[in-house]
Design a protein around this ligand. Structure first.
Ligand code: FE2
Ligand code: FE2
Length: 218
């Protein structure tokens, strides 16, 4: 397993070198028509760039997973799980809508791109299950724990040396402009989810209330 991964990385690094040369050529020939690519050297890296924003999201969710592990009350675990699922939905959406297509356009790295998409699909499937089964389900904590593992692996793949983020940083992507796009879309999605969360909380309260009533009357 480790051996084939190493071989893959070796293959990837020579492909990356070839791509960098191609990308440098295409940037100079694309000129002002390049949609999400930087027009000058340095590709807009900085404190507010796309990578900084996405990494900040990763740290926030990791913190909540840690708090979930040490939380004692069911109420607190349930609140944290809701927050984690919502944040991951927003994060995966902005990556898939904005960052991943820009990455693919600039690097042509289908291997890293497609792997990341498949990992997102797996995580989103589990999030659907967590949200539909609710915090009173027998498998609630097991699902959160598996989700944490999946996210840990995915974040490592994105942030490691030779991973998506470092490849993006050495590509022609305009990371500052992308950071701005990601920020705007995230705000929009958070606005939409705030009303959705209100509905979910009301729904959970009514289900719990109905169960309590049934238990009292039996
Ligand atoms: Fe990410
Ligand atoms: Fe991702």
């Amino acid at each position: 397993m480790a051996k084939s991964r190493t071989a893959k990385k070796g293959k990837r690094s020579s492909a990356t070198r070839a791509r960098s040369a191609r990308s440098a050529r295409s940037t100079s020939s694309r000129g002002s028509s390049g949609s999400r690519t930087a027009k000058s050297r340095g590709n807009g890296r900085g404190r507010d760039d796309a990578i900084a924003l996405l990494k900040a999201d990763h740290r926030e969710v990791e913190k909540w997973f840690g708090e979930f592990e040490s939380a004692r009350s069911h109420e607190r675990k349930s609140e944290l799980a809701e927050r984690i699922c919502q944040a991951l939905r927003t994060h995966t959406t902005i990556e898939e809508e904005i960052f991943y297509p820009a990455f693919l356009e600039a690097t042509d790295d289908t291997e890293i791109h497609h792997e990341a998409e498949i990992e997102h699909a797996g995580a989103k499937h589990l999030i659907d299950e967590i949200e539909s089964a609710g915090p009173d389900d027998d498998h609630f904590e097991a699902r959160i724990s598996v989700l944490q593992e999946m996210i840990r692996h995915h974040v490592k793949e994105e942030e490691q040396r030779g991973g998506m983020f470092s490849e993006a940083q050495s590509s022609s992507m305009d990371l500052r402009a992308l950071g701005e796009e990601l920020k705007q879309r995230k705000l929009e999605l958070m606005g939409e989810s705030a009303s959705g969360l209100g509905e979910m909380a009301a729904h959970a309260r009514s289900r719990r209330g109905a169960r309590e009533l049934r238990a009292r009357s039996s």
